[in-house]
Design a binder for this molecule. Structure first.
Ligand code: COA
Length: 155
Protein backbone atom coordinates (compact mmCIF):
# COMPACT_ATOMS: atom_id res chain seq x y z
CA UNK A 1 0.00 0.00 0.00
CA UNK A 2 1.41 3.42 -0.97
CA UNK A 3 1.93 5.81 1.93
CA UNK A 4 0.24 9.19 1.74
CA UNK A 5 1.42 12.44 3.28
CA UNK A 6 -0.98 15.04 4.64
CA UNK A 7 -1.23 17.93 7.06
CA UNK A 8 -1.62 16.77 10.66
CA UNK A 9 -5.06 16.91 12.28
CA UNK A 10 -5.96 17.36 15.93
CA UNK A 11 -6.89 13.68 16.18
CA UNK A 12 -3.29 12.76 15.19
CA UNK A 13 -1.73 14.50 18.22
CA UNK A 14 -1.58 11.44 20.52
CA UNK A 15 0.00 9.27 17.80
CA UNK A 16 2.55 11.97 16.92
CA UNK A 17 3.41 12.29 20.62
CA UNK A 18 3.81 8.53 20.92
CA UNK A 19 6.06 8.24 17.86
CA UNK A 20 8.32 11.03 19.13
CA UNK A 21 8.34 9.61 22.63
CA UNK A 22 9.54 6.21 21.38
CA UNK A 23 12.60 7.76 19.75
CA UNK A 24 13.13 10.34 22.50
CA UNK A 25 13.44 7.53 25.04
CA UNK A 26 16.74 6.41 23.46
CA UNK A 27 17.92 9.95 22.67
CA UNK A 28 17.43 9.86 18.91
CA UNK A 29 14.95 12.77 18.97
CA UNK A 30 13.73 15.42 21.34
CA UNK A 31 10.32 14.52 22.71
CA UNK A 32 7.50 17.05 22.46
CA UNK A 33 4.50 17.28 24.74
CA UNK A 34 1.00 16.99 23.31
CA UNK A 35 0.34 20.63 24.18
CA UNK A 36 3.45 21.72 22.29
CA UNK A 37 2.44 19.61 19.28
CA UNK A 38 -1.06 21.12 19.43
CA UNK A 39 0.31 24.66 19.48
CA UNK A 40 2.47 23.95 16.39
CA UNK A 41 0.05 21.61 14.62
CA UNK A 42 -0.02 23.60 11.36
CA UNK A 43 3.73 22.91 11.01
CA UNK A 44 3.31 19.11 11.21
CA UNK A 45 2.83 16.57 8.45
CA UNK A 46 1.98 12.91 8.96
CA UNK A 47 2.23 9.84 6.76
CA UNK A 48 -0.49 7.24 6.62
CA UNK A 49 -0.76 3.69 5.39
CA UNK A 50 -4.23 2.16 5.28
CA UNK A 51 -5.51 4.99 7.47
CA UNK A 52 -2.88 4.36 10.15
CA UNK A 53 -0.29 7.00 11.07
CA UNK A 54 3.21 5.65 10.44
CA UNK A 55 5.32 8.83 10.48
CA UNK A 56 5.48 12.50 11.32
CA UNK A 57 7.68 15.52 10.81
CA UNK A 58 7.55 19.27 11.23
CA UNK A 59 8.91 22.56 9.98
CA UNK A 60 10.43 25.01 12.43
CA UNK A 61 10.99 28.57 11.22
CA UNK A 62 13.95 30.53 12.59
CA UNK A 63 14.37 33.59 10.38
CA UNK A 64 12.94 35.01 7.17
CA UNK A 65 15.16 32.59 5.27
CA UNK A 66 15.99 29.66 7.54
CA UNK A 67 13.87 26.68 8.58
CA UNK A 68 14.52 23.28 10.14
CA UNK A 69 13.22 19.75 9.60
CA UNK A 70 12.21 18.72 13.12
CA UNK A 71 10.53 15.80 14.83
CA UNK A 72 11.00 13.50 11.85
CA UNK A 73 10.06 9.93 12.73
CA UNK A 74 8.86 6.84 10.91
CA UNK A 75 7.65 3.89 12.94
CA UNK A 76 10.23 1.07 12.93
CA UNK A 77 8.11 -1.41 11.00
CA UNK A 78 7.86 1.04 8.10
CA UNK A 79 11.47 2.11 7.69
CA UNK A 80 13.10 2.00 4.24
CA UNK A 81 9.84 2.41 2.31
CA UNK A 82 10.53 5.98 1.21
CA UNK A 83 8.27 7.53 3.86
CA UNK A 84 10.97 9.68 5.47
CA UNK A 85 11.93 11.04 2.06
CA UNK A 86 8.31 11.85 1.21
CA UNK A 87 7.82 13.74 4.48
CA UNK A 88 11.05 15.73 4.09
CA UNK A 89 9.99 16.63 0.53
CA UNK A 90 6.67 17.87 1.90
CA UNK A 91 8.36 19.87 4.67
CA UNK A 92 10.69 21.45 2.10
CA UNK A 93 7.65 22.41 -0.02
CA UNK A 94 6.05 23.99 3.05
CA UNK A 95 9.28 25.91 3.69
CA UNK A 96 9.41 27.17 0.11
CA UNK A 97 5.75 28.18 0.14
CA UNK A 98 6.44 30.23 3.27
CA UNK A 99 9.30 32.03 1.57
CA UNK A 100 12.29 30.25 3.15
CA UNK A 101 15.43 29.65 1.11
CA UNK A 102 17.49 27.36 3.40
CA UNK A 103 16.59 24.39 5.54
CA UNK A 104 18.64 22.54 8.13
CA UNK A 105 18.49 19.35 10.16
CA UNK A 106 20.40 18.46 13.32
CA UNK A 107 20.68 14.74 13.14
CA UNK A 108 22.26 11.40 14.03
CA UNK A 109 21.40 10.03 10.55
CA UNK A 110 23.54 12.11 8.16
CA UNK A 111 23.43 9.31 5.57
CA UNK A 112 19.67 9.72 5.24
CA UNK A 113 19.83 13.50 4.84
CA UNK A 114 22.75 13.36 2.43
CA UNK A 115 20.61 11.13 0.16
CA UNK A 116 18.12 13.99 0.15
CA UNK A 117 20.66 16.62 -0.93
CA UNK A 118 21.76 17.98 2.47
CA UNK A 119 25.41 18.69 3.21
CA UNK A 120 27.22 18.87 6.52
CA UNK A 121 27.80 22.39 7.91
CA UNK A 122 29.36 23.58 11.15
CA UNK A 123 27.16 24.40 14.13
CA UNK A 124 28.92 27.78 14.22
CA UNK A 125 27.42 28.59 10.82
CA UNK A 126 23.93 28.36 12.34
CA UNK A 127 23.81 31.06 15.03
CA UNK A 128 20.02 31.41 14.65
CA UNK A 129 19.60 27.82 15.80
CA UNK A 130 22.42 27.57 18.29
CA UNK A 131 21.74 30.80 20.15
CA UNK A 132 17.97 30.83 19.68
CA UNK A 133 17.09 27.25 20.60
CA UNK A 134 20.07 25.06 21.49
CA UNK A 135 21.01 27.19 24.49
CA UNK A 136 17.97 25.89 26.32
CA UNK A 137 18.59 22.25 25.36
CA UNK A 138 19.82 19.95 28.16
CA UNK A 139 22.52 18.67 25.80
CA UNK A 140 23.76 22.16 24.82
CA UNK A 141 27.32 21.74 26.14
CA UNK A 142 27.68 18.15 24.88
CA UNK A 143 25.71 18.20 21.62
CA UNK A 144 26.83 15.40 19.32
CA UNK A 145 24.31 15.90 16.53
CA UNK A 146 25.46 16.67 13.00
CA UNK A 147 24.25 19.90 11.41
CA UNK A 148 23.17 19.57 7.77
CA UNK A 149 21.81 22.14 5.38
CA UNK A 150 20.11 22.35 1.99
CA UNK A 151 19.53 25.37 -0.21
CA UNK A 152 15.95 25.27 -1.43
CA UNK A 153 15.69 25.76 -5.18
CA UNK A 154 12.83 28.01 -6.25
CA UNK A 155 9.97 26.00 -7.70
C1 COA B 1 15.64 8.57 9.64
C2 COA B 1 14.25 8.09 9.25
C3 COA B 1 13.24 9.22 9.38
C4 COA B 1 14.33 7.61 7.76
O1 COA B 1 13.03 7.29 7.33
P1 COA B 1 12.77 6.14 6.25
O2 COA B 1 11.35 6.23 5.82
O3 COA B 1 13.23 4.84 6.81
O4 COA B 1 13.75 6.57 5.07
P2 COA B 1 13.52 6.43 3.50
O5 COA B 1 13.01 5.05 3.22
O6 COA B 1 12.71 7.56 2.99
O7 COA B 1 15.03 6.56 2.95
C5 COA B 1 15.43 7.46 1.93
C6 COA B 1 16.87 7.09 1.56
O8 COA B 1 17.72 7.24 2.70
C7 COA B 1 18.34 5.99 3.03
N1 COA B 1 18.38 5.88 4.49
C8 COA B 1 17.35 5.72 5.33
N2 COA B 1 17.78 5.66 6.61
C9 COA B 1 19.13 5.80 6.56
C10 COA B 1 20.15 5.82 7.55
N3 COA B 1 19.86 5.70 8.86
N4 COA B 1 21.42 5.99 7.13
C11 COA B 1 21.74 6.11 5.81
N5 COA B 1 20.79 6.11 4.82
C12 COA B 1 19.50 5.95 5.19
C13 COA B 1 17.48 4.93 2.39
O9 COA B 1 18.19 3.74 2.14
C14 COA B 1 17.01 5.64 1.13
O10 COA B 1 18.05 5.59 0.17
P3 COA B 1 17.74 5.31 -1.40
O11 COA B 1 17.04 6.53 -1.90
O12 COA B 1 19.08 5.10 -2.00
O13 COA B 1 16.87 4.10 -1.46
C15 COA B 1 13.82 6.85 10.09
O14 COA B 1 14.83 5.88 10.04
C16 COA B 1 13.55 7.19 11.56
O15 COA B 1 12.42 7.50 11.93
N6 COA B 1 14.60 7.10 12.38
C17 COA B 1 14.49 7.34 13.85
C18 COA B 1 14.24 8.80 14.18
C19 COA B 1 15.29 9.70 13.57
O16 COA B 1 16.50 9.45 13.68
N7 COA B 1 14.81 10.79 12.93
C20 COA B 1 15.67 11.79 12.30
C21 COA B 1 15.83 12.96 13.21
S1 COA B 1 16.73 14.30 12.47
Amino acid sequence: MTPSIRAAKVEDIPMIGQLLHEYASDGRLLGRSESEIKSRLEDFVVSEINGRICGCGSLEIFTTELGEVRSLAVDPENHDKGIGRLMVNQIESMALSRGLSRIIALTYVPGFFSKLGYRIVSMESLPEKVFGVCVSCPKFDRCDEIAMQKELALL
